[in-house]
Design a protein around this ligand. Structure first.
Ligand SMILES: [Mg+2]
Length: 267
């Protein structure tokens, strides 16, 4: 059953003394990256990672006995570059790549299957200046942030490419981006897979994200008795999320994570 969407309450309530939420030291933290830990940029390779975010994540991970994972549409290589020298447990490419807490990396191999779609979408991008095809090997992301007029034809091209690939694929909507990807894994299976393993197992999942792709992670976390926090919901024109908690934007999340770390460090 789908959880109901509604306007979220502030996530600061989760950190209040006497909050009904499970205590912070029992959490397993799942963090989306773009639009959550870092601001979205005009182009996917133009992002800026704030100094200090990596060290904050390192300290949080330590306080949670390692139960902190990144859940992103980016590849593991890119995530590692963003937060070097950290190499956190992470699901990259929406879970098509995964590094467990033990450091084992697994990758799905679906690059060849996308070949017809890749050819079609490359042609589309050539014909629509300002659009950009991000080839993540096992998914294809079509960006139209710099060509808002191209939204309708981009949708059509993606839908056509998906139909050619058959029922194992879907088009995931994002912020000025459409991504062609397999149905599984997704952010729900990412949460479930990590929660089945140490040091996540036995903890309560708390999922933080900003985009439509994160909604499945939100549902999984809340269904498991944990919490979901949507970042920058209203700044984005979206009104509703299944997440019961929210924060105003990336900077507020940084302050919230800092407060969480202080709380975990104890009085
Ligand atoms: Mg995001």
């Amino acid at each position: 059953m789908k959880q109901r969407a509604h306007p979220p309450r502030t996530a600061w309530a989760l950190l209040e003394t006497g909050s009904a939420a499970p205590p912070a030291d029992s959490w397993a933290l799942f963090l989306d990256v773009d639009g959550t830990l870092i601001e979205i940029a005009e182009a996917p390779d133009a992002v800026h990672v704030d100094e200090g975010v990596g060290s904050l994540l390192a300290r949080l991970s330590e306080s949670l006995d390692g139960a902190l994972a990144l859940a992103s549409g980016r590849s593991l290589d890119v995530l590692d570059r963003f937060f070097a020298p950290l190499a956190l447990p992470a699901a990259g490419l929406h879970g098509l790549e995964r590094r467990s807490a033990a450091g084992e990396v697994s990758r799905s191999d679906g690059s060849a299957a996308l070949e017809p779609a890749r050819r079609d979408l490359e042609r589309f991008v050539d014909e629509h200046p300002g659009t950009l095809l991000e080839d993540k090997s096992v998914t294809l992301a079509l960006h139209y942030r710099r060509a808002a007029d191209a939204e309708a034809p981009a949708r059509e091209a993606m839908e056509h490419a998906r139909a050619e690939l058959g029922s194992g694929y879907r088009v995931q909507e994002g912020k000025m981006v459409l991504e062609l990807k397999p149905h599984r894994p997704n952010k729900r299976t990412v949460v479930e897979d990590f929660m089945a393993e140490a040091p996540f197992r036995g903890r309560v999942p708390v999922f933080v994200g900003d985009d439509i792709t994160d909604e499945e992670g939100f549902e999984a976390a809340q269904r498991a008795g944990g919490a979901a926090i949507v970042v920058g919901l209203e700044s984005d024109g979206r009104r509703e999320s299944v997440a019961r908690h929210g924060l105003g934007g990336v900077r507020e999340l940084h302050r919230w994570l800092e407060a969480l770390r202080e709380r975990l460090a104890g009085p």
